[in-house]
Design a protein around this ligand. Structure first.
Ligand SMILES: Nc1ncnc2c1ncn2[C@@H]1O[C@H](COP(=O)(O)OP(=O)(O)OP(=O)(O)O)[C@@H](O)[C@H]1O
Length: 293
């Protein structure tokens, strides 16, 4: 760690921030419903009184902004380059959720210079916007960025749907995170299923391969039904939890939000936002050593 980084962290410790839950939403394959899960769960958490920040790390498509019909002039890359503060790039979404756009142009975390690392840590540590839960909507695929965000988060949600490519891509993501990044616990969200039973079968399919070849622990934390209301809401640039709160998918997202609230907030190190960023920018092996299995 450089002197700048150490200073940033020291400053943060002195501020005695409250613990923040950091949850990465991944999937391996695109189109499995990661972004829908991220923002509907974020709004469901906000409806339960939590202050939620969503880091839209789904690079390239600027997904969250598009889904919500929001415009973002600046994004995380402007924070990294020191052009503005993190609070200045936040865009307010439904129910007061705050979105950090990290759209195209944001460099991979592993390519950042020491000064940029330090700047990023400082930006998170100085964020004045209250935050109980930080949800990181990662991109599809297994880029360095996805791996960095996943290993830095306390909980990794893996969204899967019942398609062979979704299962194989989720498996590939879990494999690389466990073998190279020290992440061994995964929380699975079975999406677009026709019944609870189908969700459990989907989870069983994924578990069979991970149990056979990897040393990881998988837990099924939500089964989101296929629900046409989700697409209807998207067409209105609304979320299903807002427009159709009693629909099957909305109820499932609300259930996932309640579970997230029940997960313990880790004590530091790792419990505060600046530690999230510090882990984000650290070399994979160093993070691996510090990760409790
Ligand atoms: N439970 C569901 N029921 C019905 N449709 C769904 C459900 N979940 C997601 N969808 C639809 O599937 C499509 C893909 O969803 P979404 O954009 O959330 O996926 P993603 O994994 O974030 O994709 P990408 O990685 O390409 O950004 C959207 O049209 C969305 O409305």
């Amino acid at each position: 760690m450089t002197g700048d980084q150490a200073n940033g962290l020291r400053m943060m410790n002195e501020m005695k921030l409250n613990g923040v839950k950091v949850v990465a939403v991944t999937g391996g394959k695109g189109g499995v419903g990661k972004t829908s899960a991220s923002i509907n769960t974020a709004v469901a958490l906000a409806e339960k009184g939590k202050k939620v920040v969503v880091l839209d790390a789904d690079l390239g498509l600027a997904n969250v902004d598009v889904m919500l019909g929001l415009r973002a002039d600046r994004n995380l890359s402007h924070v990294i380059s020191g052009e503005c503060e993190l609070d200045e790039v936040l865009v307010e979404g439904p129910k007061g959720i705050q979105i950090i756009p990290a759209t195209s142009g944001t460099q991979s975390m592993v390519e950042l210079s020491h000064a940029q690392h330090a700047g990023l840590i400082r930006a998170f540590s100085e964020m004045r916007t209250p935050c109980d839960v930080l949800i990181v909507d990662t991109a599809a695929g297994i880029s360095d960025m996805v791996l960095s965000f996943s290993r830095a988060s306390q909980d990794v949600l893996v969204v899967v749907c019942d398609e062979p490519t979704s299962i194989t891509d989720a498996y590939a993501l879990i494999k690389i995170l466990s073998r190279e990044h020290g992440v061994f616990r995964f929380k699975v969200v079975a999406n677009m299923v026709r019944s609870l039973r189908e969700g459990m079968e989907l989870f069983a399919k994924l578990s069979r391969v991970t149990d056979r070849f990897l040393d990881v622990a998988l837990e099924l934390v939500a089964t989101i039904p296929f629900d046409d209301n989700l697409r209807k809401a998207v067409r209105k640039q609304k979320l299903v939890v807002e427009s159709f709160p009693n629909s099957p998918a909305a109820i499932a997202y609300q259930g996932l939000a309640s579970k997230i609230i029940s997960w313990p907030i880790p004590q530091q190190p790792g419990g505060h936002l600046e530690f999230f960023v510090e882990r984000l920018v650290r070399e994979p092996r160093a993070t691996e050593e510090s990760n409790a299995r």
